[in-house]
Design a protein around this ligand. Structure first.
Ligand code: SAJ
Length: 412
């Protein structure tokens, strides 16, 4: 059995290395020449626990070949990016060029699996016709399935092996062929369904989270108008055995929750009303935070703001779609303030690395990311240096003095 994995990003590379480590001759394909030449030298283009050992092992055992060209295989896994277009619909350009590339090599009996996140019906409406153009019948000559990934960066290898997976085959035979491959590495359950159901299930996982965060963020705005403690409302309501309100924040970032719901909205704009509204609420949260920040600053004798956190969530370095980046940029461009930003993980030269320096030069500390480093900020304060705090992630443990979070922000 030979496997070709197309797209060697956060998903494709660990996938390729895992299969290779089970002795399957695997070719990893990427159009980026630098990624391929660094992999050939045994150097990883991404950081992820356990991945370097796996790369060393498969190179030594000669079971993994990095290449810029698609090679003939029996199985093809596609893990290319599917970003959103300016109109928020799914951009298929990399997916289509991957299919066109492998179409030149495909033979009877081959199986093609799309792992990239795609809008509902993409497998049967876009991928299937492209392969059928070659004269093959799906389910008889070649096999096609959507098998979405759901791993969390930082624990990718563990989750790839242990999470349950959805196998969305175009026909029963497609499901069977795909299962034969995945059961080699996956210890979790393999759930069988059709391709469109698999696509929608993946999108709904992230949409569920986005909508629930939207509900929590809306609650913050309502409570702010009515002078009610929003965070107390959430923790008390969550005492009910069937209620699990999410946590509010300065917005929703990352390349999953902030993008996937749009694939549903753009596929069914008249029907996806709640999903659309939740996106709107979450997208407007940075403006709410900025407005409250202006109000705090108006009361202050000083104009120095220290933004704490630039990453889209705690303890990682990823700034894709980060609400913190939007808030920082807007406050800086406002012109009224001196703004510095601290983040222990984000490696950009204008990001301050010394937390004490950020505290020392600020009248207001605006916490936008729940990095562990910010839990005990108060321990770094001195008598003559106690900035006001606006903690949008409710991360600080001691909530004393001039401290605002979404529980008492109505006071400003
Ligand atoms: N957030 C809140 N309130 C919450 C939870 C999260 O404001 O109660 C914010 C975070 O601060 C962040 C954003 O939401 O800005 C997204 O963070 P996240 O941890 O919810 O999700 P991601 O984008 O890092 O990863 C998600 C995961 N999906 C689910 O948990 C359903 C992951 O399992 C998926 O593999 C990943 O998307 C993906 O690739 O689709």
């Amino acid at each position: 059995m030979k496997l070709t994995v197309i797209g060697l990003g956060y998903i494709g590379l660990p996938t390729a290395l895992l299969f290779a480590s089970k002795g399957i001759k695997t070719t990893g394909v990427d159009i980026n020449k630098e990624i391929i030449s660094s992999l050939k030298k045994g150097v990883l283009p991404i950081e992820e626990p356990g991945l370097q050992d796996l790369l060393n092992e498969v190179i030594q055992n000669e079971v993994f070949t990095p290449s810029t060209e698609i090679e003939k295989g029996d199985y093809y896994i596609i893990a290319v990016p599917t970003p959103s277009k300016p109109d928020n619909s799914c951009d298929f350009q990399y997916l289509i060029s991957a299919i066109e590339g492998l179409n030149r090599h495909i033979k009877k009996g081959d199986t093609i699996i799309v792992e990239s996140t795609i809008s509902p019906r993409t497998t049967i409406d876009i991928v299937k016709p492209l392969i059928e153009k070659q004269g093959y019948e799906i389910g008889k000559d070649v096999y096609l399935a959507h098998c979405p990934e759901r791993v969390l960066p930082g624990q990718i290898l563990y989750e790839m092996v242990n999470n349950n997976r959805i196998i969305g085959g175009v026909t029963e035979e497609c499901i069977k062929k795909t299962k034969e491959l995945y059961k080699i590495v996956v210890k979790g359950k393999l759930y069988e369904t059709d391709a469109s159901t698999a696509e929608m299930a993946k999108l709904m996982e992230n949409t569920y989270r986005d909508v629930n965060i939207g509900l929590a963020n809306e609650l913050v705005r309502v409570c702010s108008e009515l002078n009610i403690n929003a965070l107390d409302v959430i923790s008390l309501a969550n005492e009910h055995p069937r209620v699990a309100l999410h946590q509010p924040g300065p917005g929703v970032g990352g390349h999953c929750l902030a993008i996937d719901p749009y694939f549903i909205i753009s596929s069914s704009p008249d029907e996806a009303k709640i999903i659309n509204k939740a996106r709107e609420v979450n997208k407007n949260m940075p403006e709410f935070v900025i407005d409250k920040t202006h109000r705090i600053m108006e009361k202050l004798k000083g104009n120095n703001i220290g933004v704490l956190g630039l990453a889209y969530k705690g303890n990682i370095d990823d700034i894709r779609e980060s609400p913190a980046l939007e808030i920082y940029t807007k406050l800086k461009n406002d012109g009224r303030y001196n703004v510095i930003v601290h983040d222990p993980y984000v490696k950009i030269d204008w990001v301050e690395k010394n937390l004490f320096k950020a505290i020392e030069s600020s009248d207001l500390l605006l916490i936008l990311t729940d990095h562990d480093e910010y839990q005990n900020l108060d321990k770094m304060f001195t008598e003559g240096n106690k900035p006001i705090i606006f903690d949008t992630k409710n991360i600080m443990i001691v909530k004393e003095g001039d401290y605002f979070n979404f529980n008492n922000i109505f006071e400003v």
